[in-house]
Design a protein around this ligand. Sequence first.
Ligand SMILES: [Zn+2]
Ligand SMILES: [Zn+2]
Length: 130
Amino acid sequence: MSEHYKGSCLCGGVAFEVNGQMRDVVACHCIQCRKTTGNYMSATAAEDVNLRLISSDTLAWYESSPGNKRGFCSRCGSTLFWKGPERTYTAIAAGCIDGPLGKKLAGHIFCDFAGDYYEIAGGEFRKGQW
Ligand SMILES: [Zn+2]
Ligand SMILES: [Zn+2]
């Protein structure tokens, strides 16, 4: 059965769909993800060829470090996307997927930078296919 997902920001200015497989969720505790999300980034991912923007009226991109871009809604502030250089996939904030995602938490990355107010439950994510 082919996978299909929809996602959106809080205000609806950005909406998208994914026709194809999505990755299990990876939690990133790096400083940039902590700043941009207010806690840490839990992201699934989709191959770019499977990702289609339905509405991008308020989509804005911030280059958080050279070549690394973060997509967010310029109206409601929702964290949405992360795109690295020469990557064929886009990381997508798990919380902006509408309805059940049907994936599990694969693990954590950049654990050394995690906040001191929470415990990391589960193992470190080993770099896989994406
Ligand atoms: Zn929005
Ligand atoms: Zn990060």
